[in-house]
Design a protein around this ligand. Structure first.
Ligand SMILES: Cc1cc2nc3c(=O)[nH]c(=O)nc-3n(C[C@H](O)[C@H](O)[C@H](O)COP(=O)(O)OP(=O)(O)OC[C@H]3O[C@@H](n4cnc5c(N)ncnc54)[C@H](O)[C@@H]3O)c2cc1C
Length: 427
């Protein structure tokens, strides 16, 4: 019997299945569900795929997530930027007070001397940053941090992704922040939600209680003429519609007889990868004072190979057993080759995040080959060409990597529900 085939059991695929009222099957390449929302449970530690916090604007989604996870806590962000051995509260641009006099002056001069030009997020990222925040803020934070995060030429990227993610403030607020400590809370993540138990994976636990998945079932070939999917384990699935949440370039590679313009468009899609090293530490002394209560720390300086660290056990004490604390450390790469990840413990000791006497009791390494979709001049046009072709053939590509976007859990839930409802109505 033909049905809807959902490719991928991450949050997008599971939510799509949850709302589908038609017969469906979920095919998942890995032996478990969750995609990047999965949590790993090791030696009493709860490790996510680096920081996975839930940002919710919609009350209905909040209620839904609350029920699914068995309860979520609302948390006020405590994030900072580690720069010149000091911690500057995040966001950088509203906390100039914490900088030394030279940096402060450069940031204020930069803001005051900005070119009077029309600002558009279609501009190259660095140009946009200078036009928006001036040369000083760009020099000390926007450029080095984003260089490390994206591992890609910031002159070849646009600033389109920044819309929801970088707090934009008026000049007066930025300058004021150099003279008195900022009290405002800015940005999409100034407060966030996190499950009371079992980390971000509580979301997935809630969904997999209701949805059956075919694990270890990686799709290999999609024959759009005969509406058949072949998996690597030799099975064959007839479909009427496909909801795919795998990365868009991979989906196109699997489809037979793809027109040349679609193939070419898919080849232009770029992404950077992330390696997350999770570390569990036992220490009678508890977490070093330097990190007490901090949720995550941005690390823009090039002398450290990682771009951000976070402290799971400060987000929720249930993330680590007694007398322990736990971290994630994030490294980025454009070509899949990460630099100096083996030095993580040495780097951490140097910076004071681990004491020499602390005992490392759990390590878990997660590679995310598709992590951050790169927004460049080709992206928008390419995804339009690809989606026109896919939709004509009854394939809907959704989710962070299916839609090829910089999205987050709440948006993934909304989009997956919307596509399920569309299919419920139309097919
Ligand atoms: C470093 C990092 C930090 C993040 N932090 C946050 C955060 O704090 N808050 C937030 O809201 N969001 C965050 N996100 C984004 C969040 O992880 C994603 O929006 C979300 O997990 C996307 O879910 P998805 O189901 O669309 O994709 P995925 O999670 O990628 O799921 C896709 C699924 O498809 C499966 N699959 C792939 N290929 C095949 C195939 N051929 N056959 C069958 N199955 C296949 C995969 O195994 C996977 O299970 C972060 C992302 C990254 C990279």
């Amino acid at each position: 019997m033909s049905k809807v085939i959902v490719i991928g059991a991450g949050i997008s695929g599971l939510i799509a299945a949850y709302f589908l009222k038609k017969p469906y099957e979920v095919l998942e390449a890995k032996s478990y569900a969750g995609g990047l929302c999965v949590s790993y449970y090791e030696n009493g530690f709860v490790f996510d795929c680096s920081g996975h916090f839930i940002h919710i604007k919609d009350e209905k989604i909040k209620k839904f997530i609350n029920k699914l996870t068995g309860g979520i806590d609302k948390i006020n962000r405590n994030a900072s930027i580690c720069i010149k051995n000091k911690f500057v509260p995040y966001p950088f641009q509203t906390n100039l007070y914490h900088l030394n006099e030279k940096m402060k002056k450069e940031c204020i001069d930069g803001i005051l001397k900005r070119k009077n030009i029309e600002i558009s997020t279609k501009m190259p990222f660095l140009e946009w940053s200078k036009a928006m925040f001036g040369t000083g803020i760009t020099k000390y934070f926007m450029k080095p941090y984003n260089q490390k995060l994206w591992s890609y030429d910031l002159n070849k990227m646009t600033a389109e992704w920044s819309e929801s993610f970088i707090p934009k403030l008026n000049t007066e607020n930025i300058i004021k922040s150099a003279y008195s400590k900022s009290k405002g809370r800015y940005g999409y993540n100034s407060t966030f939600y996190y499950p009371k138990n079992r980390g971000c994976g509580a979301l997935i636990d809630g969904l997999t209680k209701k949805i059956k998945i075919n694990a270890n079932t990686k799709t290999k070939k999609i024959d759009i003429k005969n509406k058949t999917i072949f998996s690597f384990d030799g099975k064959l699935y007839k479909y009427n519609k496909i909801i795919s949440t795998q990365a868009l370039p991979e989906l196109i590679k699997q489809i037979t007889n793809v027109p040349l313009n679609v193939k070419t468009a898919a080849e232009k899609l770029l992404a950077s990868s992330v390696r997350c090293i999770n570390i569990g530490i036992k220490s009678e002394k508890g977490i070093p004072q330097l990190l007490k209560d901090r949720h995550w720390v941005y690390v823009p300086e090039m002398k450290f190979p990682f771009y951000r660290i976070g402290i799971y056990s400060n987000i929720n004490k249930n993330n680590a057993p007694g007398n322990s604390y736990s971290f994630y450390v994030e490294y980025s790469s454009f070509n899949g080759r990460y630099k100096n990840t083996e030095n993580v413990m040495m780097d951490f000791k140097k910076i004071g995040f681990i004491r020499n006497t602390d005992e490392i009791v759990a390590v878990n390494i997660i590679d995310m080959p598709y992590a951050y979709v790169i927004f460049d001049k080709n992206r928008q046009k390419s995804i339009e060409i690809i989606n026109t072709f896919l939709n004509k053939n009854g394939i809907f590509s959704i989710g962070r990597y299916g839609a090829w976007e910089y999205s987050f859990i709440e948006k993934n839930i909304k989009d997956a529900k919307a596509i399920a409802e569309l299919i419920n109505e139309q097919f």
